[in-house]
Design a binder for this molecule. Sequence first.
Ligand code: SAM
Length: 281
Amino acid sequence: MAKPNRDNRNRPNERRPGPPTGAPSAQAHRPAIKSRYDAPGDEPMATALRLTLQEPFHIERELVHRLERRDVNVKEAFTLRDASGSYFRASLRDLNPDGGLAVPYERMERSPEPTIDITLACSVLARQRMIFVMQKATELGVTRVVPLLTDHSVPPGGLEHERANSWPAQVVRAAKQCRRASLPAVLPPVTLDAFLESAAFTNADECVMLDDRSDPAPAPAEPPKRVVLFVGPEGGFSDAERARLTGKARPWMLGGRILRAETAVLVGLTAVQMTWGDFVR
Ligand code: SAM
């Protein structure tokens, strides 16, 4: 495999966040709330071509709107997979409705894409901390984030104040920053009951609930491929919610200290990736 090209003169501008991108509503869940808070995910960017470093390649028409969704402007960098399965960083040189031109300048040493499907089901946290959650969950390799409306979460009427309409843009910026080729989905805020009936929950082969009040249960024998991680709000899950989750989600205890909910998100996702995902030990 060729060594990555470290020549800075050929590197495009890696950081230049543009205006927030909006996106149409995801269809997978029945939204409880106005759909402007959600955006569908997107598969890793890929080309059917075999790429060679420094050799310009044509951008297929199909990739144009996907680059636009990622807020990639001319002279900026993006990540894509080529026909050999290798991931490259490429500099966008031209983009028009019919296609464009880009130059690969670095072969990535490993795939930036997560190896398992992770759904973060996080109660909507107050004080705009879901913005942090969206950013960090993207960096930590989730496939989708489900903002949960639970007994002690921010209520639907508080979403505007939480800047929920900026959540899809937070995911786009974080994906750009961490060089993911895919975009995680941001699902519409839903109640716990609605989420428990959704495909994101019923298709999972392992569900974990971070809970400082339950006894931990043994891990599954087979490593799961589709994991749901529940994180409660500042006040925790209510007794009624914990009863509804009993038997549906395996409790995980993160030591004897009570973590802030956003800390629990970071640690919980790290634990999932360390146990079943792509964190290499
Ligand atoms: N349960 C407490 C309560 O009712 O006030 C604290 C809630 S804690 C601030 C918010 C969320 O973070 C919890 O619902 C849980 O999902 C997670 N969490 C915090 N500390 C944890 C720990 N030590 N083990 C497992 N989960 C934890």
